[in-house]
Every structure is written in C-alpha cells, then in structure tokens.
Design a binder for this molecule. Structure first.
Ligand code: WT7
Length: 650
C-alpha cells in the first residue's frame, strides 16, 4: 500500500496500489461506490438519469430499443448538441467563462468565452448554410488545431449536418477516399497549420484530393499560415474570414432526433478500407457528458487540457463535446510538444494553471526519455488529476507520470475506449477507485464487459482472452457509414449479440481489468490505429513491390512500430535507397503516421498451405524471438532464412 508519495523506492515495488488520496476523495464528484450496483440493477434507468442532465426540446418515450446489433437510445427525444454545449450555459454564470483557451504553436493565443463561442458558431452555421449545407448533409473538415475546428463542428451540429473530421496528418489520397465515401459537398480546410516550426500544406493536400470526379462543390478556407493565397480557386473556394464577416450572430438550433447522425469518423480496420464510424446525437452526448464529469471529476473552476488532436475521437469526445456540454474550460494546443523546446507542455500547464491533464502513454514515454529537467522548469502545482488514453500504459511510465508530472498528489485515470465506443468504458473513478499502475481498473457504471475464450466462455480470473461488451450503451457506434453488413461482420459476428472489441484482456483476482492490446491486424502506433492491410496496399501500389506483409513490433516509445517485409520484383535490386523510397511512398499514400519504421526485403513470405501470410512468425523474426509453431507452413525454409537474415538485428 502506498500511502504517500514521498519516496520513489516505495513506488517501485511490484504490488503497487494507490488508494485515492484522502484530500481528493473528500471533494470528489463520485464519492459513492454504490453507483456500480445501482447501475447494474437498472442500467436503463441509470442511463436515463444521466440523459436527463442534458437539455431536451422533447423528452424521449423509450430509453432503449435494442434490435441486435442495432440500438436506438432515448427514442423519440429531440435535442441539439450545439445548444447543449453552448446556449444552455448562457443562462448561467458561465456566460462569460472561458469555453476554449487556444494556443498556437508560434505562441499566439485566443480565449473564447461561451458567449463568444455562441456568436462564432452561429455565424459559421449561417455561413455554411449559405454554401448550401443543410440538415442531413455531410461536411468534411480537414483543419489544423485552430479554434475554427470546434467552431465548425458545432456549427454543423447546429444545422443538423454530420461532420467528418479528417486528421490533418492524412495525405491527399486518404482525404479523397474519405470525401468520396461520405459524399460531402463542402469541405472546410486551412491554407496550412504549424507543426514543429514548419507548415503542414493542408490546402495543397485538399486541392489534390478533389482532382477528377469529386462530390466537393465548395471549399471553405481558414487563413492560418498565409501560405496559400495563390491557391484559391474562383467559384469553388471561399475564405472563412470573408464568409463570416457579415453573417447574422444568431442561428436557431435544429431540433434533432436523438438518433440523427451527429458525426462520422473514419478509423482503420482489418481491411484496407477505412470504416466511417457513425455516432448519433442523444446517446453520444449522454455518454461523453457523463464520463467527462465523473472520470475527470470536473468542477466549475477546473482548467482542463486534453492534448489529443481533434482529428481523432479523443479530441471529439474530450476536447469538444464532453467538456463543453459540462460548461468546462477546455484548453487546445496546435503544435508539437518539443517546440520551441521540450518543456512546451509544462509551460502551457503553468501559463493557464491547468488542473486536469489528459494525454497518451507514447507522449509520457517520450517525456520520460527527455528527462525530468523539462517538467522541473515549471510550477505545475495547479494539476490535481491526470489521465491516460490510447494504448496500454506500462507501469514504469504510469509511476513516472504520477511522480514527475502529478507530484505524487494526482490520481491517474487510465481510460480504455475506442472510436467505436464513443466515450470511456473502462476507467477508474477518481476518489473512489484504488489504482493499480497499468490497469484501466473497472468498467464505468452501466457497462458490462467480459473476457471470453474462442468458444465464448468467460475465462475467469487471471486468464487472457477477448474483451467484449455484453449490453448496449448509449454512445456506442450505430453502424459503419453505408455498410450495415460490415458493421455486423466486424463487431457482432464472433459472438452472438455481444460486441467484440478487437482487444485482448485479462481480469485479475481482484477484478481489475488489464488490456493486452489488439488481437486483430491493427497496429497501435503512438496511440494511433494503423491497419496492416492499409500499409500493405500502399506498399504494393509501388511498382517495384511484388508483395508485402506488415506487422507491429514492440517499441519502447511508440508502443508498437511498423515493420514491413517486402518481396520486390525480379528485375529490381534491393538497396537502402529503395527502403527510403518505399517508406516515403507509404507516407505520401496514407500519411506520415503510417510510415514503416523498418523495411526488410524477403525473397519469399512465410505462408500456410492455403496461402495465408503467417504474420505471427514475422513478428517473431522482427522481435528476435524463437519461432513459434511452424508446422502449418507451406515451406518452413522461408522463415528460417528470414530469421538468419534479420533475426539478430535488434
Ligand atoms: C484502441 C482504440 C480511445 C481513444 C484513442 C484511441 C487501444 C485505447 C487504451 C487504454 C489500453 C487502449 C485499444 C483500443 N486503447 N485506450 N487505456 N489501454 N489500450 O482510439 O483509435 O479507436 O483505438 O486503442 O487497443 O481498441 P482508437
């Protein structure tokens, strides 16, 4: 038991547990652990209570309509998400409270009060409407981390159009696929965004994504870097500042059905084609509102900072919708953590006196490597709670975070969830839960999870298996955009009427949940999801490549790194230049996050007799391990020679 935090030796014992600090527990929003039992006995009543904390134009007449795998929550209810995130706060003391504190990478900043946000969102809704956006449309948003991004999302929500935010690190090709799949008529982008002192050429990518046949009719462009003034296309492109200059400052929020689509967000799956995950209005907002309030113990005077990019679901749920629905102050930062120096995050924490910080293990491991010197430069005594998300956090990183960022006073909430789940599903409740470093601890009240074996039996304490969710929850995905069949196949076909997460997990003797990582062909690189198939198709798209197989190998900083085994065509010579070319090819095709870390040339790839590539064996080779079972291989010599060639490289 670690009572206090003073000595690092105490923290380095193997059976570390961290009960809630007494001071924290006393003031926690959630001091009552009885909530778990009450939610178990009446999950629908529990969720209905939380939905009731939102403002509804019309109340629902049925909490849940469950026609597996299709769920409808708060059926018949009417609400608007932008109204809930803005208008309702204007009637309270929050009117002049900071809603968004934004800082750009070069050091510029802006503060938007709830009243400011209201005006900007209304203007943007009017502006979008004048470009032809109406209820039921999809709008693609390809922006850097600037205030116009949440403003555009809320404006879409106000109109009743669904947004599809595409992360600014994606390439023109990736953007094109997503535009075509969503059939957006309007795209919102910027000339560029700042990253590590350089400019990301967003407008150029946006232009390249709409060549040839495209549904895009209008492009709305935010002027951020001043680098694309010559790129504006007459008749198609409109500057954001020109369009907003004369828009009315009010806009009546559309009364949306609880089950109307709020947004879609593409994520990588086990095939090459990204999936458009569909989230709807009432259930999504209920889930993000409640989890933000309880998991982050949100109080009126908190300054809350989630360091994710809004291009990922973490930013949607925990920079924009969850915090704003709660009337919180949400900090937003445009750039990288090492610009101009490696203390940038801690400078931001000090400058705005952040009280809550939510970031990813890959960032924490990077800070660990950089050393304590950087956080030690700043006064971070304002912090009272820390969060982690995106991948398993190793206990060493957890303890380092607790000690060096949290000063040994701040509970660390390790939150497990997915793009598909919409909001946090497995997490400590700070003030209630005794923490174990590396464990996401327990399902949120109302969430029923289990760990199953191949046959669908619970594996019981200590055993590893597949993580599943056994009953529907309000913020669950409703389908894959335009592809109900793939939705069924992907998540609901392994077990009947049970949601399959794609993660492995175990539950220990004390009932704590430990996430073991993906069990499918998805790699988790620096808390981003990359599909092995997507990288493989980008590689074979290069004319010198005959065949490719990708795997994730463990990496100290990024969690996993991408390793590709490539068979080149007969007339092509293997060389270091070719390796560089292929890595760049993937970065250009999909985006820099998908650039392989290692490329190995292979005369042949290890396959089963039926022709299936055995990635498990490639993983053994890449991680320098003894080879697992090779009896199903068509030709065992193939993998032996790969091992001889690459096995000892690490
Ligand atoms: C996958 C979902 C959810 C927001 C960011 C990623 C992994 C996520 C944790 C955690 C262990 C985690 C899982 C999951 N993951 N959080 N706390 N501990 N693993 O969203 O891109 O949809 O990825 O991230 O493997 O399935 P995503």
């Amino acid at each position: 038991m670690v009572e206090n935090t003073g000595s690092i030796e105490a923290l380095l014992r193997e059976d570390r547990v961290f009960p809630p600090p007494a001071q924290f527990a006393e003031q926690a929003n959630m001091p009552d652990s009885g909530i778990y039992e009450r939610a178990r006995q009446d999950p629908e009543g529990f969720w209905a209570g939380l939905a009731g904390e939102l403002d509804w134009f019309e109340k629902w007449d049925q909490v849940l309509d469950w026609n597996p795998p299709f769920a409808k929550w708060f059926v018949g209810g009417k609400l608007n998400v932008s109204y809930n995130c803005i208008d309702r706060h204007l009637k309270t003391a929050r009117k002049n409270k900071a809603a968004i504190i934004w800082e750009g990478e070069p050091g510029d900043w802006a503060v938007y009060t709830y009243q400011d946000l209201y005006r900007e969102v209304c203007k943007a809704a009017n502006g979008l409407q004048s470009l032809g956006v109406s209820k039921g449309d999809r709008v693609t948003i390809y922006l850097p981390m600037v205030p116009e991004l949440p403003i555009a999302m809320l404006a879409c929500a106000r109109i009743g159009a669904a947004h599809s935010v595409v992360f600014g690190g994606f390439s023109a090709d990736s953007l094109r696929d997503r535009i075509n799949d969503s059939q957006s008529k309007v795209m919102i982008t910027a000339d560029g965004g700042y990253r590590r002192g350089g400019v990301v050429p967003l407008k150029q990518n946006a232009d390249d994504s709409v060549t040839g046949d495209t549904p895009i009719e209008k492009m709305l462009v935010v002027r951020r870097t001043g680098t694309s003034d010559d790129r504006m296309v007459e008749g198609r492109d409109v500057w954001w500042h020109d369009l907003m200059a004369n828009q009315p400052m009010t806009f009546e929020p559309e009364q949306m059905d609880s089950e109307d689509m709020l947004f879609m967000l593409y994520t990588s799956g086990t095939t090459g084609k990204p999936k458009g995950i569909v989230h709807t209005t009432g259930g999504y907002l209920t889930g993000t509102h409640a989890t933000t309030k309880w998991v982050f113990d949100l109080k009126e005077d908190d300054v809350y900072w989630c360091t994710a990019d809004i291009g990922w679901v973490t930013g949607h749920s925990y920079i924009v919708y969850g915090p704003l629905a709660n009337g919180a102050t949400s900090v937003m930062y445009e750039g990288s953590p090492d610009y101009p120096d490696r203390d940038r995050f801690w400078a931001i924490v000090e400058k705005y006196a952040c009280t809550i910080l939510y970031t990813a293990p890959t960032a924490i491991r990077t800070f660990m490597r950089w050393g304590e010197e950087y956080p030690n430069r700043h006064d971070m005594s304002s912090l009272r709670l820390l969060g982690s998300v995106g991948e398993p956090i190793n206990p060493e990183a957890w303890v380092w975070y607790w000690q060096n960022i949290g000063g040994g006073r701040c509970p660390v909430v390790d939150t497990w969830w997915q793009t598909e789940t919409g909001s946090i599903l497995i997490t400590p409740l700070p003030g209630v839960t005794t923490l174990k470093p590396g464990s996401a601890t327990h399902p949120f009240p109302g969430i029923e999870v289990d760990v199953l074996d191949e046959a669908g039996n619970s594996v019981g304490p200590g055993g590893g298996g597949y993580l599943v969710i056994k009953r529907p929850w309000p913020s669950m995905l409703r389908t894959i955009y335009g592809d109900d069949e793939r939705f069924r196949e992907q998540y609901w076909s392994k077990y009947e009427n049970i949601y399959f997460t794609g993660d492995g997990a175990k539950i220990d003797e004390d009932g704590y949940h430990w996430i073991l990582g993906r069990v499918d062909d998805v790699i988790n690189v620096a808390a981003h999801r990359v599909s092995t198939m997507e990288v493989e198709s980008a590689l074979v798209d290069n004319s010198k490549v005959a065949e490719a197989a990708c795997i994730g190998r463990s990496d100290e900083i990024k969690g996993q790194a991408i390793v590709a085994f490539v068979t080149i065509k007969e007339n092509v010579a293997a060389s270091d230049e070719l390796i560089t070319e292929l890595k760049q090819h993937v970065a250009t095709k999909i985006g820099p996050i998908c650039r392989p870390d290692d490329i190995h040339f292979a005369a042949e790839l290890p396959k089963t007799r039926s022709g299936k590539i055995m990635r498990r064996l490639l993983r053994d080779v890449a991680e320098g391990r003894a080879l697992g079972d090779t009896t199903t291989l068509a030709d065992p010599a193939v993998v032996e020679s790969l091992k001889a060639q690459y096995g000892d490289e690490e």
